[in-house]
Design a protein around this ligand. Structure first.
Ligand SMILES: Nc1nc2c(c(=O)[nH]1)N[C@H]1C(S)=C(S)[C@@H](COP(=O)(O)O)O[C@H]1N2
Ligand SMILES: [Mo]
Length: 320
């Protein structure tokens, strides 16, 4: 996802995804083994093992902090859950790097506690809260959701969080409040890509108030039974499962209720490619690729994209 024209990874022939020299060495290695397919398998699993050890270690402190949240059986999907390590090593977090497989390495120094979140604007009771105090006050639950990136990859993960509605009811939006605007932290010491001034940092996103109040809209603080690791947007991030992934803003520091439609990070960068609404829709291609199908990360399985990412019964009425 980028506003300059760089071919997406699935547009590139397989032999160009790895650099030319890697590819040639691998061919030679396989030939030497005399077992082309078994060799390829061996090579890729040994690579994956080295990466797995690193990420297992990176995840350890987050896995140790379990969250007490019951699974809500109303939110489940008839698709296989994505492996935790796969989800933790394939991320979009442009503040750190544009390499999806590199985010988990770049966030090692990112301290996500203590963390304050400010809720302000057109509300009766503005507040600034420590994220752990907020978590204690909120009804946490686990929900298994589909997740669909605009780049046509998808996953299924168990988030832990609370409905955004529960927080909004606490601060009481005034009658003039029509939109919610959210911001990510700004600190280029921690997030080196924030020095790249081609992007309008900090990352910002928005929803209509009706979208924010929808049952499906959650602020998440955990995944796979424990607190969020930084690559998923710790300590608190939005999840709107019927919209493309870029709407689900990570590491939120501010939630503001406003009366006018806010601008958003990706819409500012490339208005013809990323709109405010960004509802998942197989019938509306991205200007540079089709949205008819999606690729499950981990398995590579290709599946048809579903309108509203399969959540139409809960949200289609918002767009009538
Ligand atoms: N602050 C911030 N939030 C962000 C992004 C980002 O680069 N910065 N990327 C978005 C995009 S494009 C996607 S697909 C999801 C990826 O979430 P994940 O890494 O937890 O799978 O985060 C979204 N939220
Ligand atoms: Mo995305």
């Amino acid at each position: 996802m980028s506003y300059i024209k760089i071919p997406k990874e699935w547009e590139i022939p397989e032999n160009q995804v790895t650099s030319e020299s890697d590819y040639i060495n691998r061919r030679k290695f396989i030939r030497d083994l005399g077992l082309a397919s078994a060799g390829a398998l061996l090579f890729s699993t040994s690579n994956a093992c080295a990466q797995n050890k690193g990420v297992e270690k990176q995840l350890e402190p987050y896995r140790a902090q379990k969250l007490d949240a019951e699974n809500n059986p109303n939110f489940t999907v008839n698709r296989q859950m994505t492996d935790e390590v796969v989800a933790a090593t394939y991320n979009n977090y442009y503040e750190f790097t544009t390499s999806k497989s590199g985010v988990w390495k770049e966030v090692k120094q990112f301290k996500t506690r203590p963390w304050e979140i400010k809720i302000s604007g057109l509300v009766e009771k503005p507040m600034t809260l420590d994220v752990d105090d907020l978590i204690k006050q909120m009804p946490l639950e686990e929900r298994i959701y589909r997740f669909r990136c605009v780049e046509a990859w998808a996953m299924v993960v168990p988030w832990i969080g609370f409905p955004m509605k529960a927080l909004l009811e606490k601060v009481q939006p005034t009658a003039d409040a029509k939109y919610v605007r959210m911001l990510t932290f700004l600190d280029s010491e921690v997030a080196p890509q924030q020095r790249n001034l081609r992007y309008p940092w900090p990352y910002y996103e928005g929803l209509t108030l009706a979208e924010a109040m929808n049952d499906l809209t959650i602020l998440t603080v955990g995944i796979y039974g424990h607190i969020l690791p930084p690559q998923h947007g710790a300590p608190i991030r939005l999840i709107v499962p019927w919209k493309y992934g870029f709407k689900s803003i990570k590491s939120i520091v501010s939630i503001e209720l406003i009366s006018q439609k806010p601008r958003t990070f990706w819409n500012t960068l490339a208005p013809r490619e990323y709109d405010f609404e960004a509802n998942v829709n197989p019938n509306v291609p991205h200007p540079r690729w089709s949205q008819a199908n999606e690729r499950m990360i981990g398995t590579g399985e290709r599946l048809p994209t579903r309108i509203y990412n399969g959540y139409g019964s809960s949200v289609a009425h918002l767009y009538q």
